[in-house]
Design a protein around this ligand. Structure first.
Ligand code: AMP
Ligand code: MG
Length: 412
């Protein structure tokens, strides 16, 4: 039977995540802006005042009447000084100037600000070089944002600059969505935790850490589901605990070996399997299912397979559950540099690679040598993944390939 194509698998995950999300009312709470970083905002926030809130000087200099400046230089009488935060106490009359600082309100009468570099101050007087256009160096009231305009859209993650925008408009308390809760369980008799010393034939469990770190980077509440032995009873117990969250992720135990019990145990716990095995390399054994309230990912145990399938399937799902609008993967079309790539063999294939700078600012992509899906050390050194179609022929340097952009670069 033909394997499910990757894009169909992504569609199934995406649709299932959307359906699950829509089947529950949004769960929100109000938090202070100080505690809101990393949460998704649950409302549109509108400007409570225009920006700038008054006609404002963009420079240090002198507020003048543009019509006063004629010829190569003009002498004006300096009648006052306005610092940022001060309300002007008098107007600028004909032949007058008021010294003004960046951010201070423009006094009545003035219609331009001459930058200090174009002036020479002599006591009560200032000599201004050249002429000036009306409005120069003035940010007009409301010219950036009108009162009532939406300044932060619902669904945005509150991060540095967004948090600052909320502060600008007085949003000191904001409603945010509850973060998806994601449990990660590693399975395998050969696994020991990082704190333990591996015995002969044992390895350290790395996937649990990779997947938990990925979940944290995607703003989930991550629950450590521990390591389960390849034992039906133990696995069933861990799975039952994990099924009270929004997402359950298991690593290992989904291939065809005699100790691969994950599918059987999931089904016994009432998980509906929506696909198992897809046309992807690495990552073919991946499994996806759901209950009424939880999405379930059974990722292959090989560290690279587990990571790649998590990037392609798990991350979009948690973004959707988190009510973020940015679930889609981004690709760039870039030329291969130095090395070519072999033909693919019927599965969408991901290859670790590095971005390289060509002449000027153009980018290329150089495939990395790696040793297959267990070699996560080589994979971790790579900066991007090249995606190749299931029927792609061998590619030579210079040919263009699709490069999956790291999610951190394409937040928005
Ligand atoms: P499995 O998918 O359970 O058949 O595992 C495939 C390969 O991945 C085996 O070589 C495992 O030892 C390895 N593996 C499984 N789980 C992990 C894990 N949590 N961390 C590192 N390697 C693992
Ligand atoms: Mg195993």
């Amino acid at each position: 039977m033909a394997l499910l194509p990757l894009d169909e698998a992504i569609d199934i995950v995406t649709q299932t995540a959307l359906a699950l999300r829509e089947s529950h009312p949004p769960d929100t709470r109000v938090t202070t802006l100080w505690e809101a970083s990393g949460f998704v905002i649950a409302t549109d926030v509108r400007a409570d005042r225009p920006m700038p809130p008054f006609d404002k000087s963009m420079m240090d200099g002198f507020a003048v009447r543009a019509a006063d400046l004629v010829g190569a230089s003009t002498e004006l009488v300096v009648v006052d000084e306005i610092a940022a935060g001060e309300v002007p106490s008098r107007e600028v009359g004909p032949g007058e100037a008021i010294a003004i600082m960046t951010g201070a309100p423009i006094p009545l009468g003035a219609d331009a600000v001459v930058v200090v570099e174009r002036t020479q101050r002599a006591g009560e007087r200032v000599i201004v070089q050249g002429t000036i256009g009306v409005g120069a160096n003035i940010a007009r009231l409301g010219s950036q944002v009108a009162e009532g305009e939406i300044v932060v859209e619902r669904g945005r993650i509150i991060e540095s600059l967004t948090a600052g925008v909320l502060a600008s408009f007085g949003a000191h308390e904001v409603p945010v969505y509850r973060r998806p809760r994601m449990t990660v369980i590693a399975t395998g008799d050969e696994l020991v935790s990082v704190e333990e010393t591996p015995g002969p034939a044992q390895i350290r469990d790395s996937n649990r850490k990779t997947l938990m770190a990925l979940g944290e980077a995607e703003w989930c509440r991550v629950v450590d589901g521990g390591i389960a032995k390849d034992d039906r009873h133990e696995l069933a117990r861990n799975i039952r605990d994990g099924l009270d969250g929004d997402v359950l992720v298991l690593s290992g135990g989904v291939s065809a070996g005699s100790y691969d019990h994950v599918r059987e145990c999931l089904e016994a716990e009432g998980v509906e399997i929506l696909f198992h095995q897809i046309a992807i390399k690495p990552g073919k054994p991946v499994l996806f299912g759901r209950t009424a309230r939880t999405l379930v990912f059974g990722l292959p145990g090989n560290p690279v397979s587990s990571y790649v399938t998590a990037m392609l399937l798990l991350v979009p799902a948690v973004r959707i559950l988190g009510r973020r609008p940015d679930a889609r993967s981004w690709y760039l079309d870039l030329p291969l540099v130095e090395r070519g790539l072999d033909a693919t063999q019927g599965r969408t294939t991901f290859h670790p690679a590095d971005l390289v700078r060509l002449d000027g600012d153009a980018l290329g992509v150089r495939p990395r040598a790696w040793d297959g899906s267990a070699d996560h050390v080589a994979y971790a050194r790579a900066s991007v993944l090249i995606r190749r179609d299931p029927q792609a022929s061998a590619a030579m340097p210079g040919e263009h390939v699709r490069v999956l952009m790291p999610r951190s670069l394409v937040e928005w």
